[in-house]
Design a protein around this ligand. Structure first.
Ligand code: GDP
Ligand code: CA
Length: 328
């Protein structure tokens, strides 16, 4: 089976670990007994340039999580990390001080900065970095063009747009957001291989990623949504019992006027895109017109639970794809 997964950071990466186990794509190429493949379309809307370094939080979270280098408790950044570079930058008065870039992580960013400066596109840089981490999936940035999520806030001193990272990390998404904008999206093109991977896929599975700033940003790149809508698409709800499981996705949803419920998120994604939607048992009874909704436990509490969720998503995709064929 060939599966395409548009993914953000933590939720996407954890789900991918389960999906990789289901499809058996984690074995090294020599040992591999499967023809299955997973292509991840990574969100780059969170990307930001700080200290002269291009930082790609979601691509790196997927790469480190699947490559065994992630800080498990935190969900982002490297394991066994230290922050000497950060302290030294602060001693020089370098701003901002709210972004945590560890020493090991800095090496990744030096490689990326050097390759970008030499003229390589982000997709080639990502491939080179993955050469070390062997994530067991093909990781493609959604675009090689610069697209950045900005948030329009009003903090009493007037309306202004700030970078998503400043809103999310510095302000903990506590400044009320009036609007969330993918700056540069309308002129962006899907990255190399993205549309081809979707066209060749047996199904698209939306992991439990932030529906606005992760999955939403990817869908904002012209061409991607249309390509996916032509496929069997099954999504896993990131909202359980009216709340995000972790993180502050509710702040993003309210900024775009969508209720924080599994049903409202599915309606927002749209029945033109979604064929199937997995919701937690707490949300059993959720109905979405034109979408097959199934309920089951959706907490990725451990590897076995995560694998079972991924299996349920694959099974539903297979079932719905067969239904499509029967209908011609
Ligand atoms: P980010 O870039 O690190 O914010 O990560 P993502 O966009 O991939 O995903 C964050 C989303 O994952 C949040 O909206 C959470 O609600 C969701 N999430 C995290 N853990 C779980 C889980 O165990 N189960 C489900 N269903 N959703 C989860
Ligand atoms: Ca993210």
């Amino acid at each position: 089976m060939r599966i395409v997964v548009p993914a953000g950071g933590i939720g996407g990466a954890r789900f991918l670990r389960g999906l990789r186990a289901v499809l058996g794509t984690d074995a090294s190429t020599e040992e591999r007994t499967t023809d299955s493949s997973i292509t991840v379309i990574g969100n780059t809307g969170d990307d930001i340039t700080l200290f002269g370094l291009r930082i790609c939080p979601d691509l790196d979270t997927v790469m480190y999580t699947l490559g065994g280098g992630i800080n498990e408790e935190q969900g982002w950044g490297r394991t066994d990390e230290s922050f000497t570079v950060k302290e030294e930058l602060a001693a020089y008065g370098m701003k901002p001080t709210w972004f945590g870039l560890g020493d090991r992580d800095t090496a990744t960013h030096i490689v990326r900065a050097q390759m970008l400066a030499a003229g390589y596109p982000l997709s080639a840089v990502t491939e080179a970095l993955c050469d070390r981490w062997r994530p067991g999936v093909r990781l493609l940035p959604m675009t090689d063009d610069q697209v950045e999520t900005h948030v329009v806030v009003d903090d009493g001193q007037g309306r202004r747009a700030i970078h998503f990272q400043e809103w999310w990390i510095r302000h903990r998404a506590a400044l009320p957001a009036e609007q969330i904008v993918s700056v540069g999206a309308e002129k962006a093109e899907p990255g190399p291989g993205v549309l081809a991977a979707i066209a060749e896929a047996d199904a698209v599975i939306l992991p439990p990623s932030n529906p606005v700033v992760s999955v939403g940003s990817i869908l904002n790149v012209p061409g991607i949504r249309e390509a996916m809508a032509a496929k069997t698409v099954v999504g896993v709800s990131p909202i359980i019992g009216g709340a995000p499981v972790r993180g502050m996705a509710d702040a993003c949803l309210s900024a775009i006027g969508v209720e924080t419920t599994a049903g409202a998120v599915a309606e927002h994604l749209g029945s033109d895109l979604l064929d199937g939607w997995l919701v937690d048992e707490a949300d059993a009874g959720t109905g979405v017109e034109g979408v097959e909704v199934r309920s089951r436990p959706l907490y990725m509490s451990d590897p076995a639970a995560t694998e079972a969720i991924a299996r349920a998503a694959v099974d539903l995709a297979v079932e719905l794809a067969e239904g499509r064929e029967d209908r011609g």
